[in-house]
Design a protein around this ligand. Structure first.
Ligand code: NDP
Ligand code: OAA
Length: 270
């Protein structure tokens, strides 16, 4: 018999609520035990949709209570959640690739304490193939992101530089450079580029373009990889969530797939 893993969710927003609901409905071998969030009252109110209420606790308490911590909070909260979890040797399931690039020391922290960071594929595709290709020689990795302007208006770089996106009549390139720089400038919007970098050539060597495109209704990412084992080009068109248009619907589902892998007798894909 497999042990049931206790799961805590840090960040009970767009992604966290979908994960909470799925765990509440029942996922084999996984049990929701607590939640940590920004405003505890807001999190308690959001929990009304669950059949079983769980306590709203601090991120430190979450690390005490759960075997697995699902991190889906803003990038700025990442270390407050990751540090206590990893210091206790927990498994951290996250989609915050940009935060890992900002705090690469978390990998060593996990290693030292016997913890593990599982960076779920999130709103991207093909990370399995990129990881496999990286076992041979990858020559280049590029990614082009096109989002509806409404998905980018709250982005740090856009706000700080007062770039007007609403009312655009044609696509506007708002960034071109490395995935590392892109993830610094757009920490909540191109986590997927950070993840692509971590899976393959490294974020510094991964090339990224970001476009605000009034012709798009979906958050679209095209990745192109040239390697000695294969070359491939793939596009994903993510349906934005109503709550947070910068977050595609598939992101929370990717977290569920990652959680499922922790207890499944059959795991498909690397
Ligand atoms: N890799 C990928 O494909 C993707 C990654 N992401 C990443 O996932 C993160 C979450 O996305 P999303 O669910 O859409 O964001 P939301 O803004 O909808 O939710 C974030 C939640 O985190 C809570 N929060 C704020 N501060 C803290 C804290 N200190 N500790 C714990 N929780 C906190 C917020 O609470 P309150 O509202 O009360 O402040 C809110 O409930 C994003 O910031 C982004 O970095 C997102 C989309 C795709
Ligand atoms: O990369 C992200 O953080 C989010 C994203 O593009 C998407 O949901 O399509």
């Amino acid at each position: 018999m497999r042990k049931t893993l206790k799961v805590g969710i840090a960040g009970f927003g767009t992604i966290g609520k979908v994960v909470g609901l799925a765990l509440d409905k029942g996922m084999p071998g996984l049990e929701l035990v607590a939640v940590a969030s920004g405003n505890p009252d807001k999190a308690k109110a959001a929990m009304a949709t669950l059949s079983q209420q769980v306590p709203v606790v601090s991120s430190k308490e979450l690390a005490d209570l759960a075997d697995v911590i699902v991190e889906c909070a803003p990038t700025t909260a990442f270390m407050d959640i990751a540090e206590p979890a990893l210091c206790q040797g927990r498994t951290l399931v996250t989609v915050s690739g940009a935060a890992i690039l900002q705090h690469p020391e978390v990998v060593e922290l996990a290693d030292r304490h016997g913890g593990q960071i599982l960076l779920a594929t999130g709103a991207l595709l093909g990370l399995d193939a990129v990881r496999a290709a990286a076992k041979g020689k990858i020559n280049s990795v590029t990614m082009v992101t096109r989002k509806p302007p409404t998905s980018l208006t709250k982005a740090k770089f856009i706000v700080e530089n007062n770039i007007q996106l609403l009312g655009l009549t044609e696509p506007l390139q708002v960034f071109k450079g490395s995935a590392l720089e892109g993830a610094q400038k757009f920490p909540s919007n191109v986590n997927v580029a950070a993840s692509l970098g971590l899976a393959g050539l490294g974020a510094e060597q991964t090339q990224l373009e970001i476009w605000a495109d009034p012709g798009k209704t979906r958050n679209t990412h095209t990745i192109k990889v040239d390697a000695d084992s294969a070359s491939f080009e793939m596009t994903i068109e993510n349906v934005p969530t109503v709550e947070n248009p910068g977050t595609g619907r598939i992101t929370a589902l990717s977290v569920l797939a990652a959680l499922e892998s922790l207890t499944a007798a059959l795991r498909v894909g690397s």
